[in-house]
Design a protein around this ligand. Structure first.
Ligand SMILES: [Zn+2]
Length: 223
């Protein structure tokens, strides 16, 4: 019996580590280091690039009314995103959401995250974008309504897909609710590559009467 106690404690310890940040662990590279107020080590912070090509994204994605990107998908940003998505580090959703923002001139009625297909959600247990969105909305005091979008078709891995391929893969993959009607909506996702996913979400929301769709993502660039 006494042997069980340390084993259980260790399990509880592992579980708590999934939920809460270890202060000394960099949110991007995961190395133990002295971290700044955002939880990054000096090395990762020095590699951050602030993207300046959001105009191009807007021009290529006709249903978007604005886009806000925190960082380029470069340096150790991909490592951090992968640790959040596949490493079961739920606390990273909150840390990343703290680095995301919206533009001052956006008038937002409600927000929603890019939805995940149900089977994928069941396998992964949580939608990291939905978690990020809820933390971001709570900080910015924006109402959140996860029922505005539903993914009805799984999308295959798009790693090597061209922009044209991505548009075909995304077509008909999401449904929007009638509640989009007349609203200015903030759409939230972790990474945006060509913008085809957020553009498809914006398209179906506008078909349901959304006034405007603004997007905020943690990172933009090639996955
Ligand atoms: Zn780091």
């Amino acid at each position: 019996m006494s042997e069980l106690i340390p084993r259980i404690s260790s399990k509880i310890h592992d579980f708590l580590n999934l939920l809460f940040a270890v202060d000394a662990e960099c949110i991007l590279c995961g190395e133990e280091a002295h971290t700044d107020n955002f939880g990054m080590c000096k090395n990762c912070a020095s590699m951050l690039i602030y993207p300046n090509d959001t105009e191009d994204l807007l021009n290529k994605n006709q249903y978007l009314d604005g886009i806000c990107v925190a960082f380029a998908y470069s340096g150790t940003v991909p490592d951090g995103v992968l640790r959040m998505k596949y490493g079961h580090r739920l606390y990273l959703s909150e840390k990343f959401a703290a680095l995301m923002d919206v533009r001052e001139d956006w008038e937002i009625d409600v927000a929603v995250a890019v939805p995940m297909y149900k089977k994928k959600l069941n396998a992964r247990l949580y939608n990291h974008s939905d978690l990020m969105a809820r933390f971001l909305c709570s900080r910015l005091r924006i109402p959140y309504d996860g029922s505005l979008l539903m993914r009805i078709k799984p999308t295959p891995a798009q790693m090597r897909a061209t922009r044209k391929d991505r548009l075909v893969l995304q077509a008909g993959s999401v449904l929007a609710s009638d509640d989009c009607d007349g609203k200015s909506i903030l759409l939230i996702d972790d990474v945006c590559t060509t913008g085809s996913t957020v553009n498809e979400c914006a398209k179906v929301m506008k078909e349901k009467g959304a006034k405007a769709v603004y997007v905020t993502v943690f990172a933009h660039g090639k996955a």
